[in-house]
Design a protein around this ligand. Structure first.
Ligand code: GSH
Length: 250
């Protein structure tokens, strides 16, 4: 099966969670909007996908995956679909649902990461909501970031020593997403991430394990991996990564 991924061509964004799964599995896929326009690629192809699918399973926003005649959107849903096809999740229903639950929690975390730099609206520039972003970042760094990180740590605490990955001994798409989460947070909030990492050693160990996978290593070193930037979801603005003050509770 050949897969067509439709996502913004110049950022990692949510598309990266899908790219990592396709890359790890060595799947045949085309990152359509990164192809030249002359070959039917570019943003035009993505916009056409958003505008022209009608009457069926119309996608709201990218990433979008085309697999034969199926058009699937929502990152966690795409991974739910790809997981068993790419051998990136066990087949048992209970485990698939657990993986999906974790992936949806990652999606919630990613949305909050986005809202730190765009707390008012995605349609405004960061520069137009800097004051609100600074305020939001303070709560994110102090409350939400450690809460999500410690949640994943708690999940991993339930594993036996021999189980290196979140679902057990075998790698799943959730581990790939956790790698992206750690990488993104290290880029966006290096100062705070350093502090939080001490409290989630198991999560960091999953990140290290995934980093050693040959396909992932090759992908991260290739030109297919779009670099982090202040255009994507994980953005580094030093003013949003300052040390958190301890706040008195009312
Ligand atoms: N919940 C969706 C969110 C999709 C989403 O927000 N996509 C962004 C790019 S990362 C977008 O282009 N959104 C356009 C919009 O929300 O209007 C998912 O996880 O796939």
């Amino acid at each position: 099966m050949r897969y067509d991924l439709y996502y913004w061509p110049t950022i990692q964004g949510r598309g990266e969670f899908v790219r990592l799964a396709l890359e790890e599995a060595g799947a045949e896929y085309v990152d359509v909007a990164r192809e030249p326009e002359a070959r039917g690629g570019g943003e035009a192809a993505l916009i056409a996908m958003l505008d022209h699918v009608s009457g069926g399973h119309v996608p709201f926003a990218p990433p979008i995956l085309k697999a034969g005649r199926q058009v699937i959107a929502q990152t966690a849903n795409i991974l739910f679909f790809l997981g068993p096809r790419l051998g990136l999740v066990p087949r048992a229903e209970a485990t698939r649902l657990w993986a999906h639950q974790l992936q949806l929690t990652i999606a919630d975390f990613v949305s909050e990461v986005h809202d730190v730099h765009h707390p008012i609206s995605g349609s405004l520039y960061y520069e137009d909501q800097k004051r609100e972003a600074k305020r939001r970042a303070e709560f994110f760094r102090r409350e939400r970031m450690p809460k999500f990180l410690r949640y994943f740590e708690r999940v991993l605490e339930g594993n036996r020593r021999s189980e290196r990955y979140v679902l057990g001994a075998r790698l799943s798409y959730v581990d790939l997403s956790l790698l992206q989460l750690v990488e993104g947070l290290r880029y966006a909030f290096p100062r705070n991430m350093k502090r939080h990492e001490r409290h989630c050693p198991r999560l960091i160990s999953v990140h290290q394990q995934v980093m050693t996978r040959p396909h992932i290593q090759a992908y991260l070193e290739s030109e297919r991996r779009v670099p982090f930037s202040t255009e994507g979801i994980f953005r580094h603005y030093s003013e949003l990564d300052s040390a958190s003050k301890t706040r008195k509770r009312k």
